[in-house]
Design a binder for this molecule. Structure first.
Ligand code: AMP
Length: 184
């Protein structure tokens, strides 16, 4: 079992890899992006609040995200471990997660930074055809990543919880490297 975070820019392959790891370890893949898209599709109150932020490539405010993450980690299947994907997306979310894990007596094993060069992430995002994958939104999401999300790499490094994995390789090789990082 493991409790791990996958960090990395949009288009780094986080989602694919997180799902593979979740299958291997038989634990939930918790993607805040997926949870939000589901809420938007179901037209819930939360989805209505989140939609405009997602469409413009900005972060959905913490007041909407944090309760959603707390509820998800509270589900029985998350007792056995989890892979977090797309959360935390800022230092304030990382601090929230630390407090939450303390409250529920769980410990984070590792945060893995999936390292992929900028030109590769842009071409991957343009290729996947998601609703928020137009060029302008992609540019904004990368900006938001650099300004707000990249500082979480130092946050986990300062706490000796960070490992970097080269994500610019064959999918199977990346999965193997992630498994090795989790086992270390
Ligand atoms: P993703 O599927 O992780 O690329 O997320 C898609 C969009 O959902 C992002 O561009 C944000 O608008 C929103 N989102 C996902 N996760 C978070 C988060 N942890 N905090 C704020 N917004 C988020």
């Amino acid at each position: 079992m493991t409790r791990s975070i996958l960090l990395g820019p949009p288009g780094s392959g986080k989602g694919t890899q997180a799902q593979r790891l979740a299958n291997l370890y038989q634990i939930p893949h918790i993607s805040t992006g997926d949870l939000l898209r589901e809420a938007v599709a179901n037209e819930t109150e939360l989805g209505k609040k989140a939609k405009e932020y997602m469409d413009s490539g900005n972060l959905v405010p913490d007041e909407t995200i944090l309760g959603m993450v707390r509820d998800r980690l509270d589900q029985p299947d998350a007792k056995a471990g989890w892979i977090l994907d797309g959360f935390p997306r800022s230092v304030s979310q990382a601090e929230f997660l630390d407090k939450l894990l303390q409250e529920i007596s769980q410990e984070l094993d590792i945060a893995i930074n999936l390292d992929v060069p900028d030109d590769i992430v842009v071409s991957r995002m343009l290729g996947r055809g998601r609703a928020d994958d137009n060029e302008e939104t992609i540019r904004r999401r990368l900006e938001v990543y650099r300004e707000q999300t990249a500082p979480t790499i130092d946050y986990y490094s300062d706490r000796d919880k960070l490992v970097s994995v080269d994500g610019d390789r064959d999918v199977d090789e990346v999965t193997a490297a992630l498994q090795a990082a989790i086992a270390s």
